[in-house]
Design a protein. Sequence first.
Length: 382
Amino acid sequence: MISFMPYLKTLISRRTHLNVELQNDVNGDFLKQLFGLKQIDFSENEFVTFNKHMFVSQYRSLISLDLSKNKFSKFPIQISKFSTLKKLSLVQNRIAFLQKSDMNQLENYQRDKHINFELLLNDNNFVCNCDSIDFVRWLQETKVTLDKNRNYSCVYIDNSKKTTVYAYTHLDFIESKCLSKIWLTITIILVVVFLLLFTASSLAYKYRITLHFWYLHIRRKYRHYTALEGDSKEYKYNAFVAYCNADEEWVCGSLVNYLEKTNGLSLCLHDRDFAAGRLIMDNIIDAIFESKKVVLVISEEFLKSSWCDFELDMARMKMFQDNRDMLVVVLLNKLSPSQMPISLQRIWNKVTCLEVDEIICTNQNGNFEHLFWKRLYEAVVM
């Protein structure tokens, strides 16, 4: 191998498929120990990249490096490592533009080494667009010696064929176009973000009751004082009675007397059984989860109450979660299904509905012979 030729000054290896031969040379053994090598010609070898150890032994000796007619798309060497390199040819490669770090390396190398460095860049795939503004400016302002009067062919911002000198003289136009593209990109991003947020908000609003239910369900599950799990088959109460304050007299009178005192059932009433100091919504969700049935005492006043509406929504979601009939609707007033909340209308055919007539509503003497009471008891214990 040539590594046994320590006095070699010039190495020319064109069209020798070195890219294949050196692809496994990870340690740079091919040029190792050739400390006197001054000129290297590796043109037409289809190189795409170099091993970073390739020229370690030539950092202090190499003067000219010819890498023309290869397939480099980026600046291939770390020039700051060299001490004597004066000429680098990258003619007929596939470079679109030099990165800012590469340009800075070239500037620093020429300044620090006091070398009149020559860089050949003709016949590359240069672009003169938003990405290469710094490169176009550098070509005309650098002190590095360049070929072809610094005037290379490039693909202009409008995809036409122009030159780098032309692009340099029209940098203001390019920058204005780029600014427009930036604002267009920002606008598109903002529109997409807005649409995503709008869609997410719409879905969240549409399923707000479901989301609220699951939030409270999870919140309940992980509260440290929760005694019963939601999926337990043992219930603390036979029924949670949801009613408005205007109907309290009938609920706490006739209904409680019949179901609790006469039949020995256990009911959950908000004014009696809700835990003090706990959020109302937490008390409601606990009551629903700890009750086998939910009795909705619906009246005109009930329909005006936001908390009663919340109790209805949570009970409906629990019914769907358990996939069982657990709602019992007691109508204190003559109300048609069309007067009910939409959420109740959707499941109207799946709930037990009992109507209270005037006799039952005004009954205060403990007479529970009416068929209504029997049906209510059966609906709760079923």
